[in-house]
Design a protein around this ligand. Structure first.
Ligand code: C2E
Ligand code: MG
Ligand code: MG
Length: 702
């Protein structure tokens, strides 16, 4: 039984009382009775009943129909009309107020109750429906996708604000417009769909899959969209629902990502990945046709690090960008120029008629780079080295050609600045050797194949042993002893010099400790340091080793080359001072082969100057070498340095060096480098000889 609140509008007092009593008996609550129209409006708005029973004929200006219209304008309530008579005209007017029921007086209770219950139920269903629609509208208004629903004839039933925005059509303009006009689609990619009224029931559905298409907007503009067309069916109707979104921005991002993946951010040139791709294409094409050959050139700016370090990375970037522009201008449109890495550019010269053609193109690029670079405050001059490889039918992959262009570039870089080298078979051999050597050093380190040999250094006047140089040897399992001249450059280039150099230092320290423990009075040992090692914190490394082995720092000399002295001057002076402070000695090795002047070396805390073997070799026959050697000795001594001559092999050399005031001698004349065991014997003999001499001088004269 319902307990709904009812309002009765009836001007006949007795009738009103009768209806009220009947309704109350039925279990309804009659909240009030109104007898006039205006009064009914006020009470309805005030009491908010669940239903109104409205007499049509009220003794007033406003009859029941007008009153109902007024109330429903302001308050959504079901109204049932009751009247004793009805003419057509009144019924027509009553319809306008959307009545929920109509009972004719006199009515029986059952009829009244059924009318009331139906009206209440219908009103509830309508309200629920309206709530659902409101929620749906709100949802559709806020989804970020455009949604359009149409029937199979293309008549639009629903379009949300986002769909209006994307299509450029407004809801109010859609009365006579069908779906195919709003959604005029053009192909974007394969597998697109078309919407035509007669096809709506056909196969043009994406079945949950989104496809990309262009949408032609009313102004003719094409907008890229992603859309999904679905058919929704129930037993009464069929609906086409299109969900779509504007992907202009997304395409922009995708394009950006694609661009970043294949182009260099600084110069805008193709990057390494795109270059590989183009080269692969060229190779594939040649494998199918016999077109003219092509070439790959690598171009590397010489000493570009100096620009970056000296002028800062911003200036470095400006130079790289300017280089890119100059190279672009010096190439033909068909060639591909790419920034391969840092200051290396790779160029696909396609086609070229011959090696000569490639060299001409490359020379043009080198000339373009040799023009001064104006950086505002300063003007700089650069050169570039290049390596070229020409296509051969046995090249099947891009990696191989790139590897060979790189090998040629390396060769060019090892020559004078601004060189150009063309890859050939000999280079391939030496590249293979390099790779072999690198692998060998690595395994050699793992398998303990390295040894340290020691070459005596003697006092020029007394010929007494005063120190020795530690020289690393590689005892190759197949090749026997391999010269450091062969493997040290490879170790330096690959960075393997770091573990190898550290191993040498540690081995020397342990050897000294062994000799000291045996009381062998070992002299100082000089250890060679390479430039790469000097990039690390040498003082710390040495201090650790000294601490570990317990030997005194006075037992060690470090040999560095002029090259080390010339790079990172301030830092290196600091490190050398720290090493001197620890108690180590420092020698400059191979002096005379670099470009440093003695005046420049004055800033370095040095002890010894080693004159390179190349001067000593012809010292007795070549006047110039002799004069240079004499000058070096004189200047070295002026700077309070000990001067050592390397590679001394003959008596005549020794005589001459002695006359010139040379302090120390190292060379085959006295001894070749000796293995650790041989050197131990040598030291033992020396000790015995010294002891004998001491004994003899102590023995009483007879
Ligand atoms: P270096 O430091 O100038 O060493 C002197 C080189 O001259 C040694 O060659 C030595 O055997 C050789 N030599 C000495 N006296 C004579 C002589 O009278 N006649 C001739 N013809 N040669 C003589 P080695 O041992 O082949 O070493 C070559 C170079 O390898 C060294 O030149 C040094 O630059 C480098 N090296 C050797 N060991 C090491 C090391 O442990 N670390 C580093 N970084 N480099 C090393
Ligand atoms: Mg040396
Ligand atoms: Mg030397």
């Amino acid at each position: 039984m319902s307990s709904s609140n009812l309002l009765i509008v009836e001007d006949e007092v007795l009738v009103a009382m009768d209806i009220k009593s009947r309704l109350t008996k039925m279990g309804y609550t009659v909240v009030d009775v109104a007898s006039r129209g205006q009064e009914a409006v006020e009470k309805a708005l005030d009491l908010r009943p669940d239903l109104i029973l409205m007499d049509i004929n009220l003794k007033d200006d406003m009859d029941g129909v007008d009153t109902a219209i007024h109330i429903r304008e302001q308050y959504d309530v079901p109204i049932i009309f009751c009247t004793a008579y009805s003419n057509e005209d009144t019924l027509e007017r009553a319809k306008v107020s959307e009545p929920y029921g109509y009972v004719l007086k006199p009515f029986d209770n059952r009829e009244l109750e059924i009318n009331i219950e139906i009206a209440l139920y219908k009103h509830k269903v309508e309200r629920d429906l309206s709530d659902t629609r409101t929620r749906l509208d709100a949802t559709l208004a806020h989804v970020s996708d455009g949604i359009i629903a149409a029937d199979p004839d293309g008549v639009i039933h629903l379009i949300n604000p986002m769909a209006e925005q994307i299509t450029g059509w407004r809801r109010q303009d859609l009365q006579h417009v069908t779906l195919d006009r709003i959604m005029t689609l053009e192909p974007f990619e394969a597998g697109g769909i078309q919407l035509r009224p007669h096809m709506l029931a056909g196969a043009q559905f994406s079945n949950g899959r989104y496809v990309r298409q262009y949408l032609r907007r009313p102004g003719g503009e094409l907008k890229p969209i992603e859309l999904c067309v679905n058919r929704i069916e129930n037993h009464r109707s069929e609906l086409i629902v299109i969900t779509f979104r504007d992907i202009s921005q997304q395409l922009g991002y995708e394009e950006q990502i694609r661009h970043n993946a294949f182009f260099d951010g600084l110069t805008g040139l193709p990057n390494r990945a795109l270059f590989f791709d183009r080269l692969e294409n060229a190779l594939n094409h040649r494998s199918r046709s016999h077109d003219a050959p092509f070439a790959v050139a690598f171009l590397d700016l010489d000493k570009f690090g100096v620009v970056n370090e000296g002028l800062g990375h911003d200036s470095g970037d400006r130079v790289i960008d300017e280089v890119a522009r100059r190279l672009e201008r010096s190439l033909r449109p068909d060639d591909t120029l790419s920034r391969f890495s840092g200051d290396i550019f790779a160029i696909l010269l396609d086609p070229v008629d011959s090696v000569r053609g490639a060299i001409t193109a490359v020379s043009r690029m080198q000339k373009a780079i040799e023009q001064p670079f104006d950086l505002g405050d300063v003007t700089i001059n650069l050169t570039a080295s290049t390596g070229i490889v020409l296509y051969q039918p046995d090249y099947t992959c891009a990696e191989d050609m790139i590897r060979d262009a790189d090998t040629a570039l390396h060769r060019a870089k090892s020559e004078v600045r601004g060189s150009c080298a063309v890859f050939d078979a000999a280079m391939y051999e030496s590249a293979l050797k390099f790779i072999d050597c690198r692998r060998g050093i690595q395994t050699g380190l793992d398998n303990d194949e390295f040894e340290v040999h020691y070459q005596p250094i003697v006092d020029a006047d007394t010929e007494e042993l005063v120190s020795m140089e530690a020289l690393v040897r590689w005892k190759h399992p197949e090749r026997g002893y391999v010269s450091p001249v062969e493997f040290i450059p490879v170790a330096e280039e690959t960075g393997l010099i770091l573990p190898l150099g550290e191993w040498v230092l540690a081995t020397v320290c342990e050897q000294i400790e062994y000799w000291q423990r045996r009381g062998l009075d070992a002299p100082r040992v000089a250890v060679n340091l390479s430039a790469r090692q000097f990039e690390g914190e040498v003082p710390k490394l040495v201090a650790n080793l000294l601490e570990r082995t317990g030997i005194s720092p006075e037992s060690l000399t470090l040999e560095i080359t002029e090259g080390i002295a010339m790079k990172n001057v301030e830092r290196n002076i600091r490190m050398l001072n720290e090493l001197r402070f620890l108690g180590l000695s420092i020698s400059i090795d191979d002096f005379g082969t670099g470009y440093s002047s003695l005046a420049y070396l004055k800033r370095f805390p040095l002890n010894t100057l080693k004159i390179d073997r190349s001067f000593i070799k012809d010292i007795t026959t070549n006047d110039e070498d002799r004069e240079i050697t004499r000058a070096i000795i004189a200047m070295g001594q002026n700077l309070q340095l000990k001067v050592l001559a390397e590679g001394v092999e003959t008596d005549d050399q020794i005589t001459l060096l002695r006359e010139s005031g040379c302090d120390l001698i190292q060379g085959y004349y006295y001894s070749k480098p000796l293995g650790a065991a041989a050197m131990t014997c040598y030291l033992q003999q020396r000790l015995r000889a010294m002891t004998r001499r001491a004994d003899m001088s102590l023995a009483p004269a007879v």
